[in-house]
Design a protein around this ligand. Structure first.
Ligand code: COA
Length: 261
């Protein structure tokens, strides 16, 4: 499919880079971009070729500077709930994806941009990255899952401070709070590190990776019994060809060759 606001490239090794491409608006998420992100991730779900996804923003200045404020300004009490629910669905699609997704955060990750980064499985950042939920400055609150994911990711005290003050934090602080896993000097280095991590993960048993993602996501959902899901998923893994291959390869002192079966 052709996209107006995303650039999508997939390498021969199966690493896909999805670049939000509205640099003149600091990659702000308008509705069309959100629909395209939704479509792009549906395609990842359907793909056997894509082994890992990197989400990033075009240029050096911004990952995503939030939802598009010119569209936000048109919302009212009647249509805003649907707007938030649709965005939440798209970000949940990303979070639930069994293919690993890394956010490579260059520059501003504000509002919906911070929420997008948090919906990815983990985050890398450049030294110039800035994270924040400044919605209170506009008289609103985060609506794409930010109140939930930020609180779970960095804890209630710091999350509430950020959401109530609208302050931003830099990448070093984000690292301290566990919001990002690595901070790299340049965007090129950050993409290279993201590719390295995804290639390492792609050598593991894909079904096991999918189950790890699902079980870890469940740990953040108080309504589900994560321990029961873990036991069920563990049992499912033990029924796979890749389990036989992994254990046999270990005993034969060779590298496993996983097939995803
Ligand atoms: N929605 C729509 N347009 C946005 C935007 C957003 N969230 N963030 C930036 N832009 C646009 C600006 O309007 C400007 O467009 P213009 O050149 O047509 O006027 C362009 O992107 C560049 O932004 P600008 O504000 O001039 O850059 P800056 O370096 O002075 O400031 C920010 C950068 C990120 C501090 C500032 O753009 C900002 O505060 N953005 C909004 C952040 C926000 O509140 N996000 C949460 C929304 S829920």
């Amino acid at each position: 499919m052709d996209y107006n606001n995303l650039q999508i490239e997939t390498s021969d090794t199966g690493i896909q880079i999805i670049t939000i491409n509205r640099p003149d608006k600091l990659n702000a998420l308008n509705i069309e971009t959100m629909q395209e992100l939704d479509q792009a991730f549906h395609e990842v779900y359907d793909s056997t070729r894509v082994k890992g996804v990197i989400v990033t923003g075009s240029g050096e200045k911004a990952f995503v500077a939030g939802a598009d404020i010119s569209e936000l300004a048109e919302l009212n009490e009647l249509n805003a709930r649907k707007f938030a629910e649709r965005g939440q669905e798209t970000f949940k699609l990303i979070e639930d994806c069994h293919t690993p997704v890394i956010a490579a955060v260059n520059g501003f990750a504000l509002g919906g941009g911070c929420e997008l980064a948090m919906a990815c499985h983990f985050r890398l950042a450049t030294t110039n990255a800035k994270f924040g939920q400044p919605e209170v400055n506009l008289g609103i609150i985060p609506g794409y899952g930010g109140t939930q994911r930020l609180t779970k990711l960095i804890g209630q005290g710091k999350a509430l401070e950020l959401m109530m003050t609208g302050d931003t934090i830099d990448s070093e602080e984000a690292l301290k709070f566990g919001m990002v896993n690595y901070v790299l000097e340049t965007k090129g280095e950050m993409i290279a590190k993201s590719v390295e991590l995804l290639l390492k993960i792609s050598k593991k048993a894909p079904l096991a990776i999918g189950q790890v993602i699902e079980c870890a996501n469940t740990a953040l959902n108080s309504e589900q019994n994560g321990y029961q899901l873990e036991a069920n998923s563990f049992a499912n893994c033990c029924g796979t060809e890749d389990f036989k291959e992994g254990t046999t390869a270990f005993l034969e002192k060779r590298s496993p060759n996983f097939t995803g079966n």
